[in-house]
Design a protein around this ligand. Sequence first.
Ligand code: GLV
Length: 332
Amino acid sequence: MSDRRPKVWVSQPLFDDIVGRLDEYFEVDANREVVDHTPDRIAAALRDADGALITLNEPIGAAEVADASRLRVLSTVAVGYNNLDLPAVSRAGILVTNTPDVLTETTADLGFTLMMAAARRITEAEQWLRAGNWQGWSFSTLLGADIHGSTLGILGMGRIGQGIARRAGGFGMRVLYHNRSRLPEAVEREYRAEYVGFDELLAQSDHLLLVLPYSAQSHHIIDAAALAKMKPNATLSNVARGGLIDENALADALAGGRLAAAGLDVFEGEPAINPRLLALHNVVLTPHIGSGSLATRRAMVSLAVDNLIAALGFGPDAGRPPTPVNADALQR
Ligand code: GLV
């Protein structure tokens, strides 16, 4: 057996004090700048790596791992992993780990924030005020929609969806949800959440929140036809992935008064933003900061580091990474 220390690639600057834990076990090749790596650069970095700490900015599929014969684990610092071709990397016997749970509450906070900001026209109001438009208090200035007592629709009732449902209880909202599979009755009771069909969710929600994973099946799940089923005074917010929404159809609905407002943290071509959305006042835009509190981002990096160390057979959890995505790849 070689006494070569395993080598790991760290794709982006994270938190040095946490990533520094890797030095105890590995030779670490840490990229020091925030960059969009080219596919060639990713392939080159993975070629002689045993593991990698990556982010949602690195798309990795069959081509990127073709020459990575030593690679055993991709530890992504995110809950979503649609940037990875999971079947392809699984076939190559590479374990993927992610960072669920630690970001649930922070992301639910942002979902709720976007919904409230869209409903109460917060960014529009601030822009209007800063532009010097306010001539004095008036009864009819920038009237919005209520959160309390309204009907919340949650599309995707996983951990983050349930976090949003918990918050909705405090605002006296009626909670509807739609999900691939219905939750156990006890959980529905706990959140006072009612399971409804997709069309009913669209038709009944005053505020619709998207928190489902992005995949070929959920691509543009909110398209022109779906938007046409929503109430014209409803809001739509998205803290999952941009590709869930047909952004041109959304811009049409927002511009045409067929939807009151939207709150978007994620975009199909991010960091590029559809210029039609940028031109609209009734959409709140944030730069993919759903899990972006300092404490949560640190917890995510820490969990990803634990996953990497354990997956490569070191540390207290050697061989048992805490949050694997494709655990069966370990058997290959
Ligand atoms: C962020 O978008 C994540 O998936 O963690």
